[in-house]
Ligand binder design. Sequence first.
Ligand code: ADE
Length: 246
Amino acid sequence: MRFDCLTLFPDMFPGYLGQSLLKKALDRGLVEVHLHDIRQWAKGRHLQVDDRPFGGGPGMVLKVEPVVECVEAVQRQGPAPGRVILLTPQGRRLTQPIVEELSAERRLVLLCGRYEGFDQRVIDILRPDEISIGDYVLNGGEVAAMVLIDAVIRLVPDVLGDRSSSQEDSFSTGNRWLEFAQYTRPREYRGLCVPEVLLSGDHEAILRWRREQSYSKTRQRRADLFESPAAGRERQSDQPSEGSNR
Ligand code: ADE
């Protein structure tokens, strides 16, 4: 799967790209991430990418020409154009069902904004899928783009060692339950002991305990997950998934 990130701050990405699961996926050729500096499409002596808003008001607005021309040039690279996503607090909220939908694409073009936003004509011309990662305002779309990439690559075949593990993630289609508590060695730390049942070797009992844990945690913290069939959660089951706990 290919991601193209269009940004004024490409240097924000390499630290993230060089770590952990994503680094392995890049090294194995399962995922490609291409960074593009929007400023390279700016014109004039000052390579200006932003300007004051017509009508007045605070802040600066990203100009239409460099952004549109950058997207068009990037789309011509690679075998086929990608789905354009604009990261913005005005977009539809990113959820696991949307992540699942995006993971089916071969290529995503992620447009990261800064300042007070884009000239509206960027949206009118490119008709991007506008996505927000939550109801708060970041300084720009770069961190949101990394969040999106991070969530999507988990679903790219072979990126996770065990393919089934992402299917059992909380919020994914087929699992509306929060995670049960996990423990590893030591068995006791500062007087806190691992629940006996997990040491029992009784797989039925362990499964039951984990289901109860998932259920009561979900009821306590996110009762809305039981109630609302909204936000693409219609197909989810009424049972917590077995096994994995992500
Ligand atoms: N850019 C600024 N805030 C954002 C948010 N919450 N989600 C996506 N992009 C953003």
